[in-house]
Write a protein that binds this ligand. Structure first.
Ligand code: ADP
Ligand code: ZN
Length: 599
């Protein structure tokens, strides 16, 4: 296709990329042929390129509706860094910036104009713009228009009207998360005519998946982080208070951390987000308020200090890692309290029974993923209706999670629940199983039960872990009145009566294996020279500081790795390096070349 070969040439000359990522070519050629388009592509797949390239190729103005004002400045800078005329209209701009942007619009020079949905809804804007040529409107994070999505933003409902007011230019929309219902909603509420829909694979093969039950969460996180010193990452916490405490604690361990949550004042929030974006190797300890659209390609890890709120949220949150396509790692901690809290919240919600059932199923999918006894990626993709083979690189596939036939252990544990009247919690039941005649146990005369001491072969700690797994896989549920107490479900009864078998993870083996494997983590680069990479990073840091831009805007990690591997000796060879487009070649080519030559 000639259109596409042209696009490919610009991809190389402006952005320095060799070829399209999967899915981009189809979406871009559909956009270039002029009709409405809805593209559902996973985070990091390069959605932005799908509107950036067409804007460069056909000359008109593309209006980009993007939900977060805080990010617009970076998006604009990123475009300018590769020589694309871009601007934004938002309340953070100075009067000069706004004036300058309007001047470029009037002169027909501007290719990309970023606006917030609120701003777009103001009448003045659409009438001022409709007299200019807006060739297309690109809507980012399009799922925000739908109440079915998890980030509903009422302002998004005004976009369609604005598109009409602009004389119905081509509408294109992008999102990383949209199930069937959400997609239908987007089509109806955003588009004036039915779009061509593209669904691209949800797999993010460069992201490692790993879950651990909370044991000593701080120690687990410290261990995870100790092997990732100097890398950028995000740690999600369930509460505001926890983010600050954990950020401080990790800072005490020598990590560069910033806290982020919606309770901080705007200045502090912006400052912290800025540090995370601009500096190398900062860890953001944050609530889920952090990250929608955080455009940092070199986030190397995402950890959850608490269980995420749903599979969708989990996938979106870990999806912020590894957008540059290089290896990225994740660790998700979950505890029985997390699951119990979530169940209670669903029970107490003011919703009808059908909706409650849906919510319970969604939570069940999440806990099933946490306690998975087979490939996590397979389970995850299946949740998004995508069939796949075992991935070979999640913790289960790697054998870091050792499993055994736990039917007999489960029967002992469940029998203890049944014989004590279905109202005690994990601690009490574990004592019972190991034969610890505590004072309350004697009061209840439970040391006389047949189950008393039947689990002596395991520690209390291990029995507690088994209860957590039984709870997570729905063999147990919370007893209605007793706080923290369990009762059997249908599935629990089936296991107890020997009608169903169950796989459990064996705690001791998992620990040993984890330690052994962790000693030999894969590094980002195998052959490239560490010393040269360090020098290239130093130069990058200096250039970034001089220009007041984030380091990755000078060059992403991938570019430096490729540079260290290719060791270009001329500017021509330098232009072959991944991510080196014409503008950056002119700006930085020589400086980096000197470093390569001198080492
Ligand atoms: P998304 O919005 O889908 O999460 P982005 O548009 O932010 O992802 O792209 C993620 C990163 O991938 C960016 O740094 C972008 O420059 C880069 N990228 C986009 N397209 C390509 C490509 N064809 N080849 C290499 N890198 C690309
Ligand atoms: Zn796997």
């Amino acid at each position: 296709m000639p259109i596409l070969s042209n696009a490919r040439a610009v991809l190389k000359s402006v952005f320095g990329y060799e070829d399209f990522r999967p899915g981009q070519a189809e979406v871009i050629s559909a956009i270039l042929s002029g009709g409405p388009v809805l593209a559902v592509m996973p985070t990091g797949s390069g959605k932005s390129m799908c509107y950036q390239l067409p804007a460069l190729l056909d000359g008109g103005l593309t209006l980009v509706v993007s939900p977060l004002i805080a990010l617009m400045r970076d998006q604009v800078q990123q475009m300018r860094a590769v020589g694309v005329a871009a601007g934004s209209l938002n309340s953070n701009n100075s009067a000069e910036e706004t004036e300058d942007t309007w001047r470029q619009i009037r002169a027909g020079d501007l290719r990309l104009l970023f606006v917030s949905p609120e701003r777009l809804a103001l009448d003045g804007l659409t009438s001022a713009l409709s007299r200019r040529e807006v060739r297309r409107v690109a809507v980012d994070e399009a799922h925000c228009v739908s109440e079915w999505g998890h980030d509903f933003r009422p302002e998004y409902r005004e976009i369609k009207r604005a598109i009409e007011a602009l004389g119905r230019p081509q509408a294109i929309a992008f999102t990383a998360t949209a199930d069937q219902a959400t997609r239908a909603d987007i089509v109806e509420r955003l588009f004036t005519s039915p779009p061509q829909i593209f669904l691209h694979s949800f797999d993010r093969p460069n992201i490692d998946l790993r879950f651990e039950a909370k044991d000593q969460p701080r120690r687990q996180l410290t261990e995870f982080l100790s092997r990732r010193r100097g890398q950028s990452g995000i740690i999600y916490c369930a509460s505001r208070k926890k983010t600050e405490g954990l950020a401080e604690y990790l800072a005490g361990q020598g990590h560069e951390t910033v806290a982020y949550h919606a309770g901080l004042d705007l200045t502090a929030r912006n400052r912290n987000q800025d540090r995370f974006l601009r500096e190398d190797g900062v860890v953001a300890v944050a609530t889920v308020a952090f990250g929608m659209g955080v455009n940092k390609p070199d986030v190397r890890f995402v950890a959850h200090a608490d269980m995420p709120s749903s599979v969708e949220a989990y996938y979106q949150e870990i999806g912020r890692a590894g957008r540059d396509g290089l290896n990225a790692e994740t660790l998700t901690l979950y505890g029985v309290e997390d699951i119990a809290l979530r169940r209670r919240q669903i029970d107490e919600k003011n919703i009808d029974d059908a909706q409650r059932l849906v919510e319970r199923r969604r939570l069940g999918a999440l806990t099933g993923l946490c306690e998975a006894a087979r490939c996590r990626r397979q389970i995850l993709l299946a949740y998004f209706d995508e069939p796949s083979d075992p991935c070979g690189r999640c913790d289960v596939c790697r054998g870091q999670v050792a499993l055994y036939d736990g039917t007999i252990d489960a029967q002992k544990a469940l029998s203890a629940v049944a014989r004590t009247g279905q109202r005690f919690g994990a601690g009490y039941l574990a004592s019972l199983l190991v034969g610890e005649a505590t004072e309350p146990m004697q009061r209840n005369r439970h040391q006389e039960l047949k189950t008393f001491g039947v689990g002596k072969g395991r520690s209390k700690h291990e029995w507690t872990a088994i209860y957590r797994q039984l709870f997570a896989c729905d063999a147990l549920e919370a007893a209605s009145e007793e706080h923290g107490g369990f009762q059997l479900t249908g599935k629990g009864e089936a296991i107890l009566l020997g009608r169903e078998a169950i796989s459990l993870r064996s705690p001791e083996k998992a620990t040993r294996k984890r330690e052994r494997i962790s000693g030999s983590r894969t590094r980002i680069s195998n052959d490239a020279d560490d010393d040269l990479i360090a020098k290239l990073k130093t130069l990058r840091r200096e250039l970034a500081r001089d220009e007041g831009v984030p380091a990755f805007m000078v060059f992403p990690d991938k570019t430096l790795l490729d540079m260290a591997e290719r060791r270009p000796t001329t500017l021509d060879e330098m232009s072959e390096v991944h991510g080196v487009g014409q503008r950056k070649l002119t700006l930085y080519g020589k400086a980096f070349l000197d470093v390569v030559r001198n080492s």
